[in-house]
Ligand binder design. Structure first.
Ligand code: IVH
Length: 692
């Protein structure tokens, strides 16, 4: 709401939102200027959010600005502009997917942040209907929205929201999501209908994925929402499948739906096999609605997936039609968003962390502040672009948020409280650990310290990675590495094998028993199989899966060293980036020296006889695509069997495919394609016979 005040020939305009009053501008030529500046600002935030996936303000601040803009535009229609950010929903369209027009536009919901706005919504509905009504309360899932079309009980299309009118056809990727039925159960579903919902990445999957990415020093996903939408837009359904996405469906559309109630329709959808939330409740009174909101505001923290609010919907479809739509939102539904937990504090300094591959990450050191039960002293600043976007200065008052993110982040800076001498934050030019000038590869956002051999955190980081459970499984922690490194007893991973317990026991704080345990653990690690040794070396981009693939394709390190770039790229899932990294690692003398020393200490640099003896070349030269579900083995086991027998498993059908290994519930699109390309289809029995 706007409020104008005149004083001494000057007019002032105040804006009141969520019980807060702010002076918007001195009202001369101000309205137009304010509209323009809000449009510019919101366009930039849309770009940060949808294109860069790096929002710099919270949803709440974005919505507040958008509300201010729409209020201003509504009260000043002469400034209407079809290209205003208020006239569209953000677009996530990408070039690479086929675009499809939605049968029904994919609208979003009006957002509220206060109980009074929920009350206003309830009163509007009551007034609009002038009859009894029920409100369905649901969780607002914080993922990426999807529209699924079913014909004759089969999934025929899955599309993203895109710009609301047209979306990306991501059917191939969505088929990999196990909670989405490809064929429906029962037979009482309409011939054709759409069901909409949210694709989600569960917290545990998100944390594992980020852990893996951190190991590879790849950019981390800021929250499960970005991780889910990024995954859905991957070109390789195989990787999508490995990311274990989940779904909840919450909105059915079509001609002959089973009931007039939204709730009743979703209960039917549950019978047909869709994942429908147990948290849905039908409410009659405002009190019931507030109880629901209150309960889930705390209880949602125990859910395995992220939620960011509550959605309220009028249950009866006839009543929904009665209430209709505004130009952007349904009048029969609204989203109440939970306040992200945030606090205001001062930025004291920025420090820089150097990882094992030399990647430098900026971290904000903050005046300690309480935020959702914990004291926050540090916040992630991601990279140089993020710092510049915030226009961060030392001593700034900053807003810290703990939204879906694990590490708190700075979402806004209050520049009005900045002193004239406060210095702008500029990214470090030299490594804070060793003083070497930092480098940044063209087109990349991350700075690196190139001093691999002398920079302490890089040396210690490599050793810490080497000893982890999934690599050499040596039982000691980063403190021990630190201690041994500071005592000048280890400077690379090979030095670990030269340690004598007597020397370790002589160090301060070490007892004979723990020194012996450490040396024993190091000695037993010589039996760790070759693929894990390859992973332990810490070659950039060589995670556990890539290490396994390399070990199978080049069963000993000599063959791996002799492999050309082309040879490396022949291996399934190994592209130029990984191949170049492996080549670069194996062409540096210091790495070859470490490998040579590790070999003399007895580490495994070839696949064991047992693994090799199980390998055959029965499928040599054959590319096999797996589709559907199987009885005798899982898909992963079939994949392993193909590779173990010298074949290649591919995720998509092309003219290079030799066989399609087909199980039950195979996708109709795949079936059509193999028929077109004349590719022989084999059953699991046929396949098992082939490999004997
Ligand atoms: S109903 C026309 N229900 O929130 C109404 N949306 O801003 C269609 N969302 O785009 C949406 N949980 O991605 C609905 N239980 C829920 C939801 C939900 C999450 C998302 C959805 C939508 C956005 C609305």
């Amino acid at each position: 709401m706007f409020f104008q005040y005149k004083h001494c020939e000057q007019q002032y305009v105040f804006y009141i939102c969520n019980n807060k009053v702010s002076l918007i501008f001195e009202y001369m030529d101000g309205i137009k200027q304010r509209i323009n500046s809000l449009r510019e600002e919101l366009n930039q935030h849309n770009y940060n959010y949808y294109v860069l996936s790096k929002p710099t303000i919270s949803d709440y601040e974005f919505d507040t600005k958008m509300k201010e803009l729409t209020d201003l535009e509504n009260s000043n229609p002469e400034y209407y502009d079809p290209n205003s950010p208020s006239q569209r929903v953000g677009s996530d369209l990408t070039k690479t997917f086929r675009q499809v027009e939605h049968t029904y536009p994919m609208l979003s919901l009006g957002n509220t942040y206060s109980e009074s706005e929920v009350r206003e919504f309830y009163d509007r509905v009551k007034k609009g209907l002038n009859d009894d009504f029920e409100i369905v309360c649901e969780l607002k899932f914080d993922g990426t929205s999807i529209s699924l079309t079913y014909e004759q009980g089969e999934l025929v299309l899955a599309s993203t929201r895109g710009d609301g009118v047209r979306g990306d056809d991501v059917t191939a990727n969505v088929r990999t999501i196990r909670s989405i039925p490809l064929k429906l159960r029962g037979n009482d579903y309409p011939d054709r209908f759409e069901i909409r919902g949210e694709i989600l990445m569960p917290w545990t999957v998100f944390e594992d994925l980020n852990r893996e990415r951190a190991e590879q020093e790849e950019t981390l996903f800021a929250n499960p929402r970005n991780a889910a939408s990024g995954t859905l837009k991957l070109q390789d359904p195989k990787i999508v499948a490995s990311r274990k996405l989940d779904s909840y469906l919450y909105y059915m559309l079509g001609e002959n739906l089973p009931a007039d109630g939204h709730y009743e329709n979703l209960m039917k959808a549950r019978e047909w096999g869709f994942k429908i939330s147990d948290a849905m409740r039908k409410c009659k009174t405002l009190e019931e609605i507030f109880d629901y909101i209150k309960y889930w505001d705390t209880e949602r923290k125990n859910l395995p997936i992220a939620t960011d609010g509550i959605v309220l919907k009028v249950n009866s479809l006839a009543q929904q039609r009665n209430l209709g739509y505004t130009s952007k939102f349904p009048r029969w539904a609204i989203a109440y968003k939970f306040q992200a937990e945030k606090a205001l504090t001062r930025l004291l300094s920025v420090s820089y962390q150097v990882g094992r591959t030399g990647a430098v990450t900026p971290v904000a050191n903050l005046k300690p502040v309480k935020l959702s039960g914990t004291t926050v002293k540090r916040a992630s600043l991601y990279n140089e672009d993020y710092i510049n976007q915030l226009d961060l200065h030392i001593n700034d008052m900053v807003s810290v948020e703990k939204g879906g993110e694990i590490i708190p982040k700075i979402t806004a800076v209050d520049a009005s409280q900045r002193g004239v001498f406060d210095e702008k934050v500029t990214f470090a030019k030299i490594c804070p650990e060793c003083g070497t000038p930092l480098v940044k590869a063209e087109g990349e956002a991350i700075y690196y310290c190139p001093n691999e051999t002398e920079c302490p955190p890089q040396i210690k980081g490599r050793i810490e990675h080497f000893i982890t459970r999934r690599a050499m499984n040596i039982t000691c922690g980063p403190e021990t590495v630190d201690h041994l490194y500071n005592a000048k007893m280890i400077k690379d991973v090979a030095d670990l094998y030269t340690l004598r317990w007597q020397d370790v026991a002589n160090l301060e704080r070490w007892a004979e028993k723990s020194a012996k345990n450490l040396v024993d653990s190091i000695q037993s690690s010589v039996n760790v199989p070759y693929p894990r040794v390859l992973f332990a070396l810490g070659i950039r981009y060589v995670g556990e899966t890539v290490a396994k693939k390399l070990a199978v394709a080049f069963p000993d390190i000599d063959r791996l060293m002799a492999a050309s770039l082309d040879d490396l790229m022949q291996v399934d899932e190994i592209g130029e980036r990984i191949a170049c990294s492996v080549k670069a690692y194996l062409s540096q003398q210091k790495n070859l020296d470490v490998i040579a020393r590790l070999r003399t200490f007895g580490l495994q640099f070839e696949l064991s006889e047992e693994v090799i003896s199980q390998r055959t070349d029965k499928l040599q030269g054959l590319t096999i695509v797996i589709s559907g579900t199987f009885e005798k083995h899982s898909r992963d086991e079939y994949k392993a069997l193909i590779e173990q027998n010298g074949g290649k498993n591919s995720g998509s059908i092309s003219s290079k495919t030799n066989y399609l290994l087909a199980g039950d519930n195979m996708g109709p699109a795949k079936l059509e394609k193999v028929k077109k390309l004349n590719i022989p289809i084999i059953s699991e029995e046929d396949f098992l016979k082939m490999i004997d």
